[in-house]
Write a protein that binds this ligand. Structure first.
Ligand SMILES: *Cc1c(COP(=O)(O)O)cnc(C)c1O
Length: 478
């Protein structure tokens, strides 16, 4: 470990400790008689450090972190919104944390899972849900395995999936994992799916269906969505909805009404689970009535005797993970949806769209907006025409100097130098204005002081990393 990093992460001194905890009252010299020799380590280098210093050390480290609780987090496609703390409290109630799937009495938990499935059904229009998938990408795989089994049972050969070039990378990855090959569709100048090319691809005959995000990763709602799903259905295909962008649709537009057969949701994005650290997540899958028998097992069925588990569905794709899913995430989503109710959810959708459009209009004065139209919850600007060859990376690094988080950069791939901004409904006008102020200041710097941008960030614990060197000469351990 380099001495620089050591300085940040390691502390220790020989100062006399102020012992709050009394000394051990066993004979220390006798300790190897009490604990077997094989379990004793003689060389354990525990730093000699008072409790207060440890406390300060970790608080300082945590202050180097940035999160939704620190400031705006406009990371497009990720829906990094504020998660109400009451939902953390609820998910930690011992009635939820101390149950186990194998215990006999857990009807309360099963009821919660079942009722959340029904609520998600109302929100999306789908007939049946499984809450088992552990994340969006896992849900995609499950959805595609359902598609696959559906055609297997019907004894129809279908090998291909159509995916537009604006899709999230997990879409083609999941399709590949499920054993499909991919037909990539080039979005048109409006950022939408070109109908003539869709028809052309469907005519090939062995297309199982399409995977779509709507609004897509450009933040653009495909106005021909009903036509798209109709064409796919006409040729015997199924339509898969990547629901990672459901936030602006809440209470306004249902994937089922757009014509989709299979839907995944990202509970950790849309429904109140912090996910900046990378997990845990939850990627429920919802399907139409025709596909319900294919859902993974175990399924929950509501009967007059209460909720029962079913595990003998011949068409099911089988088990996809242990037990019932990431239950803590499910509890948070349930609490969030019940607290907001249908009116509250609609408001989430509306404000997320309003906030994004507010930023879009203000930012497009100085930054290139490749798809110049009303957006949904997010939009994409780019580094095109910035003076002094300033790039998206320079802008993103400089934003950090102002104490904010940067948008998603260089994605979607179809916009060169993309910056994808998703403010979410939980940012106030004041916070949005501050983001615009910072972006405008940075824009002035691109003209007046480009060097400061090229070398940014200047105020962070770690400065700009040499990405080329890191890739060529990776040091994977110390
Ligand atoms: C986040 C995201 C996914 C993948 O979801 P994970 O929960 O991260 O696996 C898929 N599609 C889109 C559009 C996304 O934004």
């Amino acid at each position: 470990m380099s001495s620089n990093i050591q300085l940040i992460f390691e502390r220790g001194n020989d100062a006399e400790q102020q012992n709050y905890i009394p000394k051990m009252d066993i004979d220390e010299t006798n300790v190897d008689k009490i604990i077997p020799e094989s379990l004793l380590r003689k060389d354990l280098p525990i730093p000699n450090i008072p409790e207060v210093e440890i406390d300060r050390h970790f608080i300082k480290l945590s202050n180097k972190n940035y999160g939704v609780d620190t400031g705006i987090y406009p990371l497009g496609s990720c829906t990094m919104k504020y998660n109400p703390k009451i939902n953390e409290y609820i998910a930690r109630l011992s009635g939820f944390t101390k149950v186990h799937s194998l215990q006999e009495e857990n009807e309360g938990s099963l009821k919660l899972i079942h009722h959340l499935s029904i609520l998600l059904g109302e929100i999306t229009g789908m007939d049946g849900f499984t809450l088992q998938p552990a994340a969006g990408a896992h849900g995609e795989l499950v959805g595609l395995l359902i598609m696959k089994k559906y055609f297997e049972i019907k004894q129809i050969q279908k090998q291909k999936i159509i995916i537009p070039d604006s899709a999230h990378g997990t879409n083609p990855a999941s399709a590949k994992m499920a054993g499909f090959s991919i037909i990539e569709l080039q979005s048109n100048s409006q950022g939408e799916v070109p109908l003539d090319q869709l028809k052309f691809a469907m005519q090939e005959g062995d297309v199982a269906g399409i995977m779509l995000t709507n609004p897509n990763t450009l933040g653009v709602f495909d106005r021909q969505i009903k036509e798209i799903t109709k064409i796919v259905h006409e040729y015997g295909g199924l339509c898969y909805y990547d629901g990672a962008n459901l936030n602006p649709m809440l209470g306004i537009c249902r994937p089922r009404d757009m014509g989709f057969d299979i839907v995944h949701l990202n509970l950790h994005k849309t429904f109140s689970t912090p996910h900046g650290g990378g997990g845990p997540g939850s990627g429920p899958i919802g399907v139409t009535e025709e596909l319900v028998p294919f859902l993974p097992e175990p399924c929950l069925i509501s009967t007059t005797h209460g909720i029962i588990c079913s595990e003998n569905n011949t068409n099911s794709i089988g088990r996809i993970r242990a037990f019932w899913g990431n239950f803590g995430v499910i509890v948070r989503a349930y609490a969030y949806i019940l607290a907001l109710g249908s009116e509250g959810l609609r408001r989430v959708g509306q404000i997320s769209v309003l906030n994004a459009n507010y930023l879009r209009v203000l930012l497009q004065k100085n930054f290139n907006l490749p798809y110049n139209r009303i957006c949904q919850h997010e939009f994409v600007i780019s580094d095109r025409n910035l003076p002094n060859e300033i790039t998206t990376e320079d802008i993103a690094k400089r934003i950090l100097d102002y104490g904010l988080y940067a948008p998603t950069i260089y994605f979607p791939l179809i916009v060169s130098g993309a910056m994808m901004v998703e403010p979410t409904e939980t940012e106030s006008k004041h916070s949005l204005d501050f983001f615009v102020e910072v972006m405008n200041k940075i824009y002035e710097e691109t003209k007046q002081n480009p060097d400061i941008l090229k070398k940014a960030p200047h105020n962070t614990a770690v400065k700009r990393l040499d990405a080329v060197l890191a890739a060529r000469n990776p040091i994977l351990h110390d």
